[in-house]
Design a protein around this ligand. Structure first.
Ligand code: HEC
Ligand code: HEC
Length: 168
């Protein structure tokens, strides 16, 4: 009897742990949230490998057609934060590992939505649901993933505007 209780206690602890952990590590840096979350939500660093963040940070003056330049001090701090928390560092988070594993050996992706894993995961969504004005593009994760800011991208939390829940 005691053993049974122990087993139940242990397995629920394991389940709670794996649920609470989410898909990628949530953003913890306030400066990053402020500077890199003003035009779009602050993407978790664990969504890209460091080589991709470094490449993006080299050209903030022409960041997808926008000027996202930073003061030197903020730049250094954000670059360090991204490198410390990139996908390689969080390979124990399910989605970081899958994004990494989908890349070829020397591949440096231009964006999160252009990684092979993301393309594969979103290829069944009708194009007009992605381009509609309430979403604009795949870059706008929070338009469909209601818990994206917590680093949780599970299917049960998806609500696509003008479509609703996603059921496979
Ligand atoms: C001035 C507005 C602006 C700021 C500030 C800004 N971005 Fe962006 N960012 C954009 C735009 C515009 C896009 C392109 C969206 C699209 O695909 O049309 C983008 C796209 C991205 C993407 C690719 C999303 C995808 O589709 O995978 C990443 C990653 C990103 N930004 C990271 C950052 C980081 C890191 C910072 C802070 C250093 C930052 N952004 C600051 C405007 C901004
Ligand atoms: C137009 C709505 C929409 C946008 C925008 C969007 N997603 Fe998704 N995403 C979905 C849907 C729907 C699925 C489930 C697809 C399937 O299972 O066939 C999904 C699946 C995923 C999955 C896999 C979840 C699982 O349980 O397998 C991840 C991770 C993910 N999206 C991350 C992102 C990120 C990061 C962004 C932004 C760069 C993003 N998504 C933008 C709708 C969207």
């Amino acid at each position: 009897m005691k053993l049974l209780i122990l087993i139940i206690a242990l397995s629920s602890a394991v389940l709670a742990g794996s649920y609470g952990k989410g898909d990628v590590a949530p953003v913890t840096d306030e400066l990053y949230k402020k500077e890199c979350g003003s035009c779009h939500f602050a993407y978790q660093p664990g969504l890209l490998p460091s080589n991709a963040w470094n490449k993006m940070m080299l050209n903030l003056g022409d960041h997808f057609g926008s000027d996202a330049s930073l003061a030197k001090e903020d730049y250094d701090s954000i670059l360090a934060y991204l490198n410390k928390n990139s996908a390689e560092k969080f390979a124990n988070y399910k989605r970081s590992a899958k994004i990494l594993n989908s890349l070829k050996a020397k591949e440096v992706p231009e964006s999160i939505s252009k990684t092979p894993y993301m393309i594969k995961k979103h290829r069944e969504i009708r194009e007009n649901l992605i381009t509609q004005k309430e979403v604009k593009g795949l870059f706008n994760c929070i338009a469909c993933h209601t818990t994206a800011e917590k680093g949780i991208y599970s299917e049960r939390d998806i609500r696509i505007p003008n479509f609703g829940r996603w059921e496979d």
